[in-house]
Design a protein around this ligand. Structure first.
Ligand SMILES: [Zn+2]
Length: 104
């Protein structure tokens, strides 16, 4: 939809683009939605107020395209070059090119 400017569901060609969607936080105002994941930065600590040695990593923002007719939405992440694979923390890189070559 981003490049075709046509909704893949209903074929409508009028598309909203929101370059920096915000999370509506009624206590602090709107804040931009960011690509965020957690990673362990220290030993596991089960103390009552401990965060378990975890850190939040913020690496980029989103943009969203929304069909004016049916509301179908596509999200794209931007500025995510700093993402690092860490399967233990749920950040995995799925490389279809490597998987495809294994079956040739
Ligand atoms: Zn549509």
């Amino acid at each position: 939809m981003k490049s075709s400017l046509q909704c893949p569901k209903c074929r409508c060609r009028k598309i909203w683009c929101i370059e920096e969607p915000h999370h509506d936080n009624r206590f602090q105002g709107g804040t931009p939605l960011r690509v965020v994941y957690e990673r362990r930065v220290g030993p596991v600590n089960n103390g009552f107020f401990s965060d378990g040695g975890r850190d939040r990593v913020s690496v980029g923002t989103y943009e969203v395209f929304i069909c004016t007719a049916c509301g179908y939405a596509e999200w794209y992440a931007r500025d995510i070059e700093a993402l690092e694979e860490n399967p233990d923390e749920g950040v995995r890189l799925l490389d279809g090119e490597l998987q495809g070559s294994a079956y040739r």
